[in-house]
Design a protein around this ligand. Structure first.
Ligand code: NIG
Ligand code: FE
Length: 413
């Protein structure tokens, strides 16, 4: 057994182990210990307390953290980090004035990524995604969900999910896999939507279930993509083989996605840029976690998610990156935290809870990560010397992380 004692931590934040995702007043409470110590045993948090405690535990290694804060690593519960190529030409089109929907209607967008992915080998996809994952870990991400959805054929969807499984096996951080075959109708099924839904439910799902390639099922419920009724059918087929729904809803339009997410119920309803008052009350009264993706609204220059209203209404909220080549080519959760505070008007404590413990709940990883609690994985962010917790989202764009620990080991040591 190896032990590591971190001492003189100026602030140890996220010291809790809630039983359900946080909402309301609890979302605004981020329990903290000032002038703290934390003991890591092998890959886990073993104990913690105040520096004034009598008799600090002995350890193989003792590190002085004077001036630095320690937080649980970010839990990014919504990404599409397996993709074949970036899409800067669409980025230029957007600068010139085309909308996301117009680009998609021209065969750009998701279909562009699908063509590229279909022609890229499994090894190449793995190597590209592995490098992205390492970058995210250095930025403080300690658990991540990854979706398929750039395959859109039986073989390419299975290939993507196998890449995610390889990432899971090769990675030091926990990874959850989501089947998003219902991301868009492929060109050959534009006139035969039922045919594609049969392909999803009768051919892809049984093979995914047989090989245990996914934990969750996702559908892009949106005008021009999948209707709420189609979303519900696809999700129910997924639920029958043990996949819980996590849905893309209310990004561009409010067409009934929240009702569907609540009635299933989904583990999470993600995006939420376009929410009616009724959508907000419905979500707030449900157990569904609302996952806000401010990076997508930022990059697409859309109105931001109504984070403040959602929090005030009592929704359980998570913050995630949506890292993908089309609507958010960044997986930097530190920036998402800043956007959540600056643009969504969440308080720093709310945003940190949303990006850690509630993100863990949105991946069913709350027993392993997302907070400082005995027995949880020692997946930690050590900040540079900072004057306050609020300084983290406030000083956006600065790299305020000095070190990251994953499974009790320092990254880059
Ligand atoms: O979450 N909205 C749907 N899917 C992705 C974007 C996909 C793409 O443009 O490649 C998202 O924003
Ligand atoms: Fe997404």
């Amino acid at each position: 057994m190896s032990t590591n004692l971190l001492k003189n931590i100026s602030l140890l934040a996220g010291v809790h182990a809630p039983e359900t995702a946080l909402r309301g007043k609890a979302l605004a409470q981020l329990p903290q210990i000032e002038q703290a110590w934390l003991l890591v045993e092998d890959d886990a948090i073993a104990a913690f307390g105040k520096m004034t405690d009598v008799g600090l535990p002995a350890a193989d290694e003792v590190m002085d953290m004077s001036g630095c804060m320690v937080l649980p690593a970010w839990c990014d519960s919504h990404t599409h980090l397996v993709f074949a190529a970036s899409r800067e030409s669409e980025f230029i089109d957007k600068i010139k004035g085309l909308s996301y929907a117009e680009i998609a209607a021209r065969g750009g967008g998701i279909l562009n990524s699908a063509r590229r992915l279909q022609n890229t080998s499994e090894d190449e996809l793995f190597n590209l995604a592995y490098a992205r994952l390492q970058e995210l870990i250095q930025l403080g991400t300690g658990a991540v969900e990854i979706k398929s959805g750039y395959g859109l054929t039986v073989e390419a969807e299975l290939k993507m999910l196998r890449v995610i499984r390889r990432l899971r096996n090769a990675s030091t951080i926990p990874i959850r896999a989501t089947f998003l075959g219902a991301h868009a109708f492929p060109p050959e099924y534009q006139q035969d939507q039922e045919g594609y839904i049969r392909l999803l439910t009768e051919e892809m799902l049984p093979r995914i279930a047989a090989d245990k390639l996914a934990d969750y099922i996702d559908v892009f419920c949106e005008k021009g993509f999948f209707s709420p009724e189609q979303t519900e059918r696809i999700c129910r087929a997924g639920m029958q083989v043990g996949l819980k729904p996590k849905l893309h809803v209310n990004q561009l339009n409010s067409i009934g996605g929240i009702e569907t997410a609540v009635s299933l119920p989904a583990l999470s309803a993600d995006h939420l840029e376009t929410m009616t008052d009724q959508d907000i009350s419905l979500l707030a009264a449900s157990p569904v976690i609302g996952t806000l993706l401010p990076g997508a609204a930022f990059f697409l220059r859309m109105a931001y998610q109504p984070g403040r209203q959602l929090a005030d209404a009592g929704c359980a909220l998570a913050i995630a990156s949506d890292f993908n080549p089309g609507s958010c080519p960044s997986g930097n959760m530190n920036f998402m935290l800043s956007l959540a505070c600056i643009q969504l008007r969440l308080l720093p404590e709310e945003a940190i809870n949303a990006a850690t413990i509630n993100g863990a709940f949105a991946m069913d990883l709350q027993q392993q990560v997302g907070s400082i609690a005995t027995g949880k994985k020692a997946n930690l962010i050590i900040t540079k010397p900072v004057p306050s917790l609020a300084y983290l989202p406030y000083a956006y764009g600065s790299n305020l992380i000095s070190r990251v620990m994953i499974n009790g080991r320092w990254i880059n040591d």
